[in-house]
Design a protein. Structure first.
Length: 254
């Protein structure tokens, strides 16, 4: 199953201000703001009171060092995170979108698809539906895959056997790939701190229980359709039974 994807989608050439060597370039973030992106400022300068008199006494401010924070876009089942990277001397601007395609498609990541095209399409469709005007200035044909998390599941009938596997794996190493300590006795990590890969083995049942508690809290607090959908699917009998005896192997490639 593909559990997470990170896509980098560049902007169209027509709105990029390139550096002389064409190695880097920037965009005017106000173009993104006009198309629905929320911006924040690094510096805010309040202008003198006299210049505010023309605006019924409202304070005028000059904002500089604009940037785009991570935003969360809702869909029918889950959320999608995105951020505009405005570019610089050494890289070209792009939009970064990140989500679990399994959650976007079906509301949970207990099991799911291994079809890369289907999963990438889920992210792009969710983004396009939420911010259609942004798509006008993005070059989807040049999109790059920045990260992929793949998971596979083994089922062991006894919980003692599943915990024994986790315990044994904590003492396994291969070259520079070694087991790392975890705050949970149901999880073991490999390659923590690596810029290229991270490996994890854990008991899915306990992660699902934690996700369900969070979904119950969100539904109680928000009482909206998204929260109800998430809670309903996480408490579905088929989903819970699949997770019950699951030993999950996960690899993140960056």
């Amino acid at each position: 199953m593909i559990d997470l994807l990170l896509l980098r989608i560049p902007f169209v050439d027509s709105i990029i201000s390139y550096t002389p060597d064409f190695v880097g370039g920037t965009i005017d973030l106000s173009e993104c703001n006009k198309r629905g992106c929320r911006l924040e400022s690094g510096d805010i300068i309040l202008k003198p009171r006299e210049s505010s008199d023309l605006y019924n006494g409202a304070l005028l401010a000059e904002v500089t060092n604009l940037r785009h924070p991570f935003e969360s876009l809702p869909s029918s089942w889950s959320n999608l995170a995105f951020k505009v990277r405005a570019g610089g001397k050494n890289y070209l601007p792009y939009v970064e979108i990140k989500a679990s395609p399994a959650k976007l498609l079906q509301g949970h990541n207990v099991y799911g698809s291994c079809d890369v095209n289907l999963c990438m399409g889920a992210l792009i469709v969710a983004f396009s539906y939420a911010l259609p005007d942004m798509c006008e200035i993005l070059d989807f044909k040049k999109a790059e895959l920045g990260q992929i998390d793949c998971t596979f599941t083994a089922h062991l009938e006894k919980q003692s056997d599943r915990r024994n596997v986790i315990s044994a794996l904590k003492h396994v190493s291969n070259g520079q790939t070694k087991g790392s300590k975890s705050a949970f006795d149901t999880t073991v990590y490999f390659g923590k701190g690596s810029r290229h890969k991270k490996l994890k083995v854990y008991l899915k049942e306990f992660e699902l229980q934690d996700q369900t508690k969070k979904a119950q809290f969100n539904f109680k607090k928000k009482q909206d359709v998204l929260s109800k959908n998430q809670l309903d699917i996480l408490t579905d009998e088929t989903v819970m039974q699949f997770a019950k005896n699951s030993l999950r192997f996960e690899a993140s490639i960056m």
